[in-house]
Design a protein around this ligand. Structure first.
Ligand code: GLV
Ligand code: MN
Ligand code: MN
Length: 426
């Protein structure tokens, strides 16, 4: 049952007039976002805090210090998820909000960070106003959401909800040959709290959209009601290196050519299926990677997404059939390794409705939408009613140092989060 069914046909319950005017402090929110963004800042102005690196540790340490300043009870679980609990007036299941602070190598300032710092800001606003909620509030910071160093993405939240055995997650080896469990221990975040520590009454994640829809339409808030399915795999092609000048084209077993053909085929599959279908080859490694040597080996990663599970499967089927043809035609061996596979998720309609309601009450334009990116919320949705709040990304740019969101939109999204949490926890 939706936790918000009581809001159904009758609409949301009336907001306590004394609390309706409560607003977050934008300068405090922006200040914390900047402080966190300074950790791992690159020369290009990007944020580089790959999961479980020294930079991730420094970001976590800063967050934990903020949680303690706000009087939250901090606990770290065995996959390194960090939780800050604010007690309610009753010992009920908590309302949880949060996101991640790891980034891709070329990350921006807000991806994930806004969801965590926004939740802290909502809590500090309640502290300042002396408001106690009936249910506890928990800020969750999930390990390795990005999956850029260790696949799968959303690893911490996936383990939290029981979707991936802890041992398998800890044994995962990253792109630099390091093991999750060792890196977690090295940075001091292999905690002892049990997995699934809190079973939330509801989960709400504030996030930048990372796409163009809100920006193009000039809408301030997205009430996110669904999230598309994600298929990740690694493809390894083994051919034969040989001399680039002397080997006739008909005698080649060229892994580099196969990698390029895969990139082209992915674009073709997306074009043929149309609609929401997206396909990306994000990583390419060639060996020996020299100008005058035909590549003996290529490794590429493939990211295929769709809001519709049947179409996503069709894209995967077409891609697998292509790999077979390619291997036979070029005389190479092609192996695939599954890195992640998540079906599309439908979020809780009642919470999406609450988000719309509070956006409207705060005078903010709002639309229902789907998420193109993966988020911890898609994992939490397996165990509790969940939805997300999006704010616009300027130019729809993300996973890029130029990622940006207007300060007033960051604040507006956090105000909507505050009131959504307040109502869910009342
Ligand atoms: C996470 O950011 C993803 O959608 O890949
Ligand atoms: Mn994110
Ligand atoms: Mn991201």
């Amino acid at each position: 049952m939706s936790c918000c069914e009581r809001h159904g046909a009758a609409g949301p319950v009336a907001v306590d007039p004394a609390l309706a005017g409560l607003r977050i402090r934008p300068e405090r929110l922006l200040g914390r976002l900047e402080q966190l963004a300074a950790i791992g800042r690159t020369d290009e102005g990007a944020c580089c805090r790959l999961a479980l690196t020294d930079e991730d540790k420094a970001g976590r340490d800063l967050l934990v210090s903020w949680m303690r300043e706000l009087g939250l009870e901090v606990r770290v679980d065995r996959i390194g998820n960090v939780f800050g609990l604010r007690r309610g007036t009753e010992d009920l299941s908590p309302v949880m909000s949060g996101s991640h602070i790891d980034t891709v190598r070329t990350g921006g300032r807000f991806d994930g960070n806004l969801g965590v710092i926004g939740a802290l800001e909502a809590i500090e606003t309640l502290n300042d106003a002396g408001v106690r909620t009936r249910r506890p509030l928990v800020v969750g910071v999930f390990t390795n959401e990005e999956g850029a160093r260790f696949a799968p993405d959303m690893m911490g939240s996936l383990v939290y909800v029981g979707g991936l055995p802890l041992k398998e997650a800890l044994d995962t080896v990253g792109i630099d040959g390091k093991r999750v469990g060792d890196e977690l221990a090295r940075i001091g975040y292999a905690g002892d709290a049990g997995l699934g520590l809190y079973r939330p009454h509801a989960f709400v994640e504030l996030h930048i959209e990372q796409g163009p829809v809100l920006d193009i339409e000039g809408v301030r808030i997205g009430a996110v009601e669904s999230l598309q399915g994600i298929s990740w795999q690694e493809v390894t092609i083994t051919g034969q290196s040989n001399h680039a000048g002397t080997t006739p084209m008909r005698l080649r077993h060229d892994a580099g050519y196969c990698a390029a053909a895969i990139g082209t085929k992915l674009r073709e599959i997306a074009r043929e299926l149309g609609g929401d279908q997206v396909c990306t080859m994000g990583l390419v490694k060639l060996h020996p990677n020299l100008i005058n040597v035909i590549a003996a080996r290529a490794t590429v990663t493939v990211d295929i997404r769709n809001t519709d599970e049947a179409t996503l499967r069709e894209a995967e089927r077409r891609f697998a059939a292509f790999l077979e043809e390619l291997a036979a035609a070029e005389g190479v061996k092609i192996e695939t390794r599954r890195l992640a596979r998540f079906e599309p998720v439908q979020f809780d309609d009642g919470i999406a409705h609450l988000v719309e309601h509070h956006a409207g009450r705060l005078g903010l334009s709002c639309r229902r939408m789907t998420s193109g990116a993966g988020h911890d919320a898609q994992m939490l949705a397996r165990i509790c009613p969940t939805a997300m709040i999006f704010v616009p990304s300027i130019g729809g740019i993300s996973h890029n140092p130029a990622e940006d969101t207007r300060p007033e939109d960051l604040a507006a999204g956090t105000d909507v989060l505050l009131h959504t949490l307040l109502e869910l926890a009342s």
